[in-house]
Ligand binder design. Sequence first.
Ligand SMILES: Cc1cc2nc3c(=O)[nH]c(=O)nc-3n(C[C@H](O)[C@H](O)[C@H](O)COP(=O)(O)OP(=O)(O)OC[C@H]3O[C@@H](n4cnc5c(N)ncnc54)[C@H](O)[C@@H]3O)c2cc1C
Length: 368
Amino acid sequence: MLRDAVRSLAEAKIAPYAAAVDEEARFPQEALAALLGGDLHAVHVPEEYGGAGADALATVIVIEEVARVCASSSLIPAVNKLGSLPVILSGSEALKKKYMTPLAKGEGMFSYCLSEPDAGSDAAGMKTRAVRDGDTYVLNGVKRWITNAGESEYYTVMAVTDPAKRSKGISAFVVEKSDEGVSFGAPEKKLGIKGSPTREVYLDDVRIPADRMIGEEGTGFATAMQTLDHTRITIAAQALGIAQGALDYAKGYVRERKQFGKPIADFQGVQFMLADMAMKIEAARQLTYAAAAKSERGDADLTFQGAAAKCFASDVAMEVTTDAVQLLGGYGYTRDYPVERMMRDAKITQIYEGTNQVQRIVMARNLP
Ligand SMILES: Cc1cc2nc3c(=O)[nH]c(=O)nc-3n(C[C@H](O)[C@H](O)[C@H](O)COP(=O)(O)OP(=O)(O)OC[C@H]3O[C@@H](n4cnc5c(N)ncnc54)[C@H](O)[C@@H]3O)c2cc1C
């Protein structure tokens, strides 16, 4: 029922704008309005804070169905979970109440600020500093590649509180857009997910109350990594949705397009490609849903499974969208058809929330 509901909302209110959002590289305002209207913008927020209380699998299905029509728009529910999960996992009760309530109501989105210009795969090498001063912390630094920066009201920021301790000297904080000293860079000009704004976040002497720290001092990096164990599954869901959208489009196209006097779907060479695409998508789906169940239960092998789901599903998305372009021939290579957008959008799923090389490092360290 959830899938049906999200699919019809996505097809009616998000899909019609997907091409324009990509072409104009603009924030998908129509999608945000539709998701808010359907209470689908941050479904993971627990009911006690006024949220929909969706479990990890339901959240995955929402993201998958939105990504099937518009990958950029699927980053609204996905990044709201990514940005706010550190608070849900490690924040005080007061912090949860203060920030999860407006997130659930749709009064403000959440972003996640881990990466920096010189700290990507090696995130623990970050330089952003938070220095205690009485009842406050003062933050200085630059966060890079921040999804929905400028659009979000709230930012989970990882910063160094004790440089001598490397990853154990990193703490997490909630920073608000309106805090003095917060500003944003120009939107990055990207290959894909062009409707999802990616900007730098500048922190210049941003003074925040000490109770905005998420968990204890020095636990921020652990919280950031624990968060990714859960949210990599949402990237797998996004990849899955993009791949399914490409297969669905290609499936329809090959039945219509005629060459040599018959639909190209009648050629076995085309049928085999479609069969492989569907097979890979289904394998990615099973892995992703199993990982979501593990996320919900907090199983011991979640770290391996989340990395495996993200890595596998994103590789599948890249292969399937590339094949979808192939199945449309020259038409697939133009912006008159959606599959080239899907191919460009799929690429990011192999890069963010840890590149697929990093996922393989994570898997190798946590072999079942
Ligand atoms: C559109 C977009 C949105 C993003 N959104 C966010 C966000 O909201 N919040 C956030 O914090 N970050 C975000 N990111 C950042 C993203 O997570 C990083 O780009 C990613 O982790 C890679 O870091 P890097 O770009 O510095 O690449 P690098 O770490 O410099 O990697 C370059 C290459 O080297 C490889 N490599 C690096 N180390 C190793 C190793 N040990 N072994 C093998 N290969 C290795 C990588 O796999 C990659 O192929 C976003 C990025 C993009 C592009």
